[in-house]
Design a binder for this molecule. Sequence first.
Ligand code: NDP
Length: 311
Amino acid sequence: MSDTEKVHCLIIGSGPAGYTAAIYAARANMHPVLYQGLQPGGQLTITTEVENYPGYPNGIMGPQMMVEFEQQAQRMGADIRWGLATKVDFGQRPFKVEIDEEKWIEADSVIIATGASAKWLGLESENRLNGHGVSACAVCDGFFFKNQEVAIVGAGDTACEEAMYLAKLCSNVHMFIRRGEMRASKVMQERVIKTPNIKVYWNTDTLEIMGDRSVDSVKIFNNKTNEESIIPIKAFFVAIGHHPNSDLFKGWLDMDDQGYLITQPGTSKTNIPGVFACGDVQDKNYRQAVTAAGSGCMAALDAERYLGTLE
Ligand code: NDP
């Protein structure tokens, strides 16, 4: 450990949870240092307009919103830095976090806000049309396709929930299930099947999302009959699950079988006193900017109380 710096409160991650934790921690005189990670601003930087975050009556573009969160945290005195946490040692206090495989931070408290990443199918067209009709968040982007034909891929609870959300807004929802059955809970499946404007396509793979500047159709393949077909749509939603960005903490922090960090109910406390978690890395249920921000506030308040017990 050649290069080591000591900080009071270290925040890892820069979505709404991390920045909100930074705002609260800075105002509480905890001198937070925040490392932004691989995708500064987090998942909101890959969405377009955000219309459901209170306080922006005219909506705001996701990337701009994250710039404003960052500026607010900086104005309060948070030290925001480029850099990726690459290793941790939570064995004893001060906790040790390696940054960019070259420098170590020693921290009295750590707030983890590393978020989650949507899983994608891996198609070239999916990447090219991302933000132009391709989205991994129906609640964020469904509204822009009111009264239009849309498609969704996935067969878990999220896909069912999002398909039903879209069905309320869009004229028809084409839902592609790769097997002959869904993984979602029975009650969710039944709701989907009973919704008249959701059409379920069993044993169906997505071959390509088509469109030049925006989505205009999708090419699908029935893996039972080997038939290909093209369906005109304006938007394609991917709902095949998320990865919580928690690999770094394996062996230190309690997590569920999918890797979501486990916090004590109603708090941001992990199994290690002094290490807190907020935002999507510990929430597979709500996953909204506003709920992430709220949990970031909780983490800063929990960290402040914890640091108070050390003095
Ligand atoms: P899941 O992992 O449960 O489901 C992912 C779905 O995507 C599966 O049906 C899977 O298909 C499908 N899939 C994966 N990869 C591909 C691919 N390449 N092509 C096509 N389909 C693919 O993720 P969810 O986000 O739905 O749910 C995560 C957790 O959160 C679950 O435990 C869920 O129960 C929970 N949840 C609960 C809710 C609630 O209770 N209201 C709401 C939302 C989530 P296959 O089945 O063939 O593997």
